[in-house]
Design a protein around this ligand. Structure first.
Ligand code: SF4
Length: 326
């Protein structure tokens, strides 16, 4: 097939637009949407610091490279990468290594923040202590907390994540299916900062998962392609299958889900505005209740294990998590 733009051999068919694109036109198409999305989400006036959540996977690595491309001509906006180490021995170390290499190559400051320091538990220990639970229900809460703590520590004004179009459509459907309208109203990107919470940016929000993969390959971005051993038990997997089936039957469905949500969002957030946050009675982090979710989960783990956390928070034997090599 030939590129619909220039007639050279195409590398992909964009089913939802009917276009065949060569490598150069695909890259331009991809980058245009990421730039547009970033500018739609944030007005960078200078002096900002953006922390990018970099797992070493294709989405966050591509986000890091593109933010570096877009922001490096500006000397008044700084980028710093933060990798969350969940403590999953068979999975995370390779992602951390690739994240370190990427940051070293781009000349970006890189930090690693570990659950064992922020909550006192590695995910492998969490799964052993609570084998009936869906691991992601712990991991998602711990990750938001770790990223937020790390972003505040590096004085970041925003946290950029690698959430792509598929992830966004899945999150919308998941919250609709659960009837969780409050959570639906709180999905990023965030336009308003709440005290203690660093707002989220999602530059890949309008780009499908497979296009991120192709872009990373074409750009020669090295990324971690492994799967988390606990992902099979994630509820999200079922919604991924649903979204994939809908998209296969009717190309453009993912875009329609997200577009529809964006149109509804002002009405939903008007009805369910952010609740005023207080300080968690145990750790002092922002929370709508007496205890934050992290402390509730830590208390549950402590009860299940019949003891306190395996280690005190902020006291891992490996120290503060700064990646000196980057
Ligand atoms: Fe954590 Fe679940 Fe992701 Fe694994 S799949 S890293 S347990 S959120």
């Amino acid at each position: 097939m030939e590129c619909s733009k220039c007639g050279t051999p195409a590398v992909t068919l964009i089913r939802y637009s009917g276009q065949h694109l060569c490598g150069d036109h695909f890259r331009a198409f991809f980058e245009r949407r990421v730039k547009r999305e970033l500018h739609r989400q944030v007005d960078l006036r200078g002096g900002e610091r953006i922390a990018v959540g970099l797992s070493g996977g294709k989405d966050s690595s591509t986000t890091t490279v593109l933010l570096h491309d877009i922001l490096s001509p500006r000397r008044d906006v700084e980028l710093v990468a933060v990798t969350v180490d969940e403590g999953i021995a068979s999975y995370r170390p390779e992602g951390i290594r690739l994240a370190q290499d990427l940051c070293r190559g781009l000349g970006i400051e890189h930090r690693v923040v570990r659950y064992e320091d922020t909550v006192g538990w590695r995910m492998d220990e969490v799964v052993a202590a609570d084998p009936e639970a869906i691991p992601c229900s712990y991991c998602g809460v711990f990750r938001r907390n770790a990223l937020n703590l790390a972003a505040r520590e590096v004085a970041a004004d925003y946290v950029a994540t690698g959430l792509n179009l598929d992830d966004t459509a899945q999150s919308i459907l998941m919250n609709v299916a659960r009837g969780d309208v409050e959570k639906l109203a709180r999905l990023g990107p965030h336009t308003r900062a709440q005290p203690g919470l660093v707002p989220r940016l999602q530059p890949l929000r309008s780009v499908p998962d497979k296009e991120v993969y192709l872009y990373a390959i074409l750009r020669g971005i090295r990324f971690h392609d492994g799967a988390c051993p606990y992902a099979e038990r994630a509820q999200r997997r079922r919604f991924r299958e649903v979204v994939n089936r809908l998209e296969a039957d009717a190309p453009g469905t993912r875009h329609a889900i997200v577009r529809g949500y964006d149109r509804l969002r002002p009405a939903i957030t008007g009805q369910f505005p952010p609740v005023p946050l207080d300080e968690c009675a145990s750790c002092g982090e922002p929370t709508a209740g007496l205890l934050c979710k992290v402390c509730e989960l830590r208390a549950r783990l402590g009860t299940l294990a019949g003891s306190a956390a395996p280690r005190a928070v902020g006291a891992s034997e490996e120290g503060g998590g700064r990646d000196a090599g980057a």
